[in-house]
Design a binder for this molecule. Structure first.
Ligand code: GLN
Length: 534
């Protein structure tokens, strides 16, 4: 049976619980344990699929097509495991399934209540996600004291009764603010949030304190005394130059040993974090810098392209260059001159997106990069706009567009397929999750991957229109990746260009700090060579 680490948050949100959970996962996996991480989101949405990137940041997609919270991206990058639909639960998901069971009569006429029906369903999902593991880490989203979070906290309290207190660890991530006027750190908010946890029967084993200033031993002793934990169970996390240093910092303070001891697991062996140390060192001290223009439509939200940003950094780490990402609002390129706005860029990345706002700006960026031999990488909507640009300006299909842009005119080089059109009114037309992609030998894509059969994750509705394939290929666009079983175009490139690659899938979702994605790797390498030859 698996053991459990429950991670809660106190005082304020955005404390980095996700990074803490992911880092604990890294450390436990490095100890040879089989671990995974489950995210609990107390909102009423069934999944993150319908959520606006401006409000909620990126939607992370798993191999099995679940549209999840972006924390799952951190988990996969940190623990290097493939997660699934089971790794994400929301209030919406729980209530939908309980109500469905009630309608079916499964509760035999009983009164259906938050306790025990909702809390039982939560526990069943936690148990089911822990099958085959040594340790399941469960991150409870939100802050202790939120109304929405209460059933989840009650469920994790009951878990200790269900599986035994010795198989459960509660780790509370909290804020220790610095008061400028008093020139000191304050422990009261932490005391109060731990009291709140204890009021509902959860006694945290350890506290991870987010703070902007170093905490001395007296401060730790004080928190330990008031919060009823040993002083060594008070750990601090300050803002780091990179999130990839958090596992190293937590290990240095002994958090992993503390967790292992509490769970009765072996903790004596030394663990090797040299690969992470190398990632951090290369991230902080690279000798060179490349400037990448990120031409998107959600650029004001710092997390809207989180996985793309991380994937660029991973490639930078591999090539020992700092990737300086400069956001460019796609709409600005519709008003101003792309030559001026983009002249700084050593590479241009056009990421995914939905709706027609900003697409003409993306097309202008693609044209600029194609004509001036600047490295260009298009992802999903970005690839689609590269195709539209090529159709318009090279093939002279003047009214070429994507179905999303203007359904009324001719030449949708990016369109909905017939079977999708039929399903349109029913909603489910999105291609989600992993699909196989066959690469064409001798192409840049095949070279980058170093193999001919790959699998990549999707989240989109529109597809390259095969009716235009011949025309575009005759004009020089190379189709270098296809999904054979469904006859779909997955990757396009331009031979002879320094780096012109567009992909229909989301390569960023599979990049890791110690193993950058081949296409990001190739793109950043091309940008570095462009920068050196400028
Ligand atoms: N909006 C486009 C589509 O639905 C692209 C989606 C995306 O970039 N994720 O196909």
């Amino acid at each position: 049976m698996a053991k459990f680490v429950f991670i809660t948050g106190g005082v304020v949100s955005s404390l980095g619980k996700g990074i803490t959970a992911a880092s604990v996962g890294t450390l436990l996996k490095k100890r040879g344990l089989k671990v995974s991480i489950l995210k609990v989101d107390p909102y009423l949405n069934v999944d993150a699929g319908t959520m606006n990137p401006f409000q909620h940041g990126e939607v992370f997609v798993t191999d099995d097509g679940a549209e999840t919270d972006l924390d799952l991206g951190h988990y996969e990058r940190f623990i290097d495991e493939t997660l699934s639909e089971k790794n994400s639960i929301t209030t919406g998901k729980i209530y939908s399934s309980v109500i469905k069971k009630e309608r079916r009569g499964d509760y035999l006429g009983g009164t259906v209540q938050v306790i025990p029906h909702i809390t039982n369903d939560i526990q069943e999902r936690i148990i089911s996600a822990s099958q085959g593991l040594d340790v399941l880490i469960v991150e409870i989203g939100g802050t202790v004291g939120d109304i929405e979070g209460q059933p989840f906290l009650e469920a994790i309290r009951q878990m200790s009764v269900r599986v035994g207190r010795e198989n459960v660890v509660y780790c509370h991530v909290t804020l220790v603010p610095y008061l400028e006027a008093a020139q000191e750190l304050k422990t009261k908010p932490t005391q109060h949030s731990v009291q709140e946890l204890r009021r509902i029967g959860i006694l945290p084993n350890m506290l991870v304190c987010r703070t902007s200033h170093p905490m001395d031993q007296d401060m730790k002793n004080k928190i330990a005394l008031f919060c009823n934990v040993p002083p060594e169970a008070v750990v601090e996390v300050r803002d780091e130059a990179t999130i990839y240093n958090v596992p190293i910092s937590l290990h240095r303070q002994g958090l992993d040993v503390l967790i292992l001891k509490s769970l009765g697991l072996p903790f004596e062996n030394e663990l090797d974090l040299s690969d992470w140390a190398r990632v951090v060192d290369r991230y902080i001290n690279p000798p060179e810098e490349v400037k990448i223009a990120l031409v998107g439509k959600y650029v004001q939200h710092k997390d809207a392209y989180l996985s793309v940003v991380e994937a660029l950094h991973h490639a930078g780490i591999a090539h020992n260059v700092r990737v300086n990402i400069i956001s460019v609002e796609a709409e600005d390129l519709e008003k101003g001159s792309p030559e001026k706005i983009l002249s700084f860029a050593d590479g241009i990345l056009i990421p995914g997106g939905f709706g027609d706002r900003g697409v003409e700006g993306m097309i202008a960026a693609a044209k600029y990069a194609r004509e001036n031999n600047v490295p260009l990488f298009g992802i999903c909507l970005g690839m689609q706009m590269m195709v539209v640009e090529f159709a318009r300006n090279v093939c002279k299909l003047q009214d070429a567009h994507s179905k999303e842009m203007n359904p009324a005119t001719l030449n949708p080089v990016i369109h909905l397929m017939e079977e999708q059109e039929k399903l349109k009114d029913l909603g489910g037309t999105m291609r989600l999750g992993a699909y196989p992609c066959d690469l064409v030998e001798g192409t840049r894509a095949a070279q980058a991957y170093g193999e001919l059969k790959v699998s990549e994750r999707h989240r989109h509705r529109y597809e390259f229109n095969n009716a235009y394939r011949e025309k575009l290929e005759a004009a020089g666009l190379k189709i270098s990746g296809v999904c054979k079983e469904r006859d779909l175009v997955e990757i396009v490139e331009l031979p002879g260009h320094i780096w012109y690659v567009g992909e229909q899938f989301h390569a960023e979702l599979k990049s890791r700090p110690i193993r950058p994605h081949p296409l990001f790797d190739g793109f950043v390498e091309a940008a570095a060579s462009y920068m050196r030859n400028k």
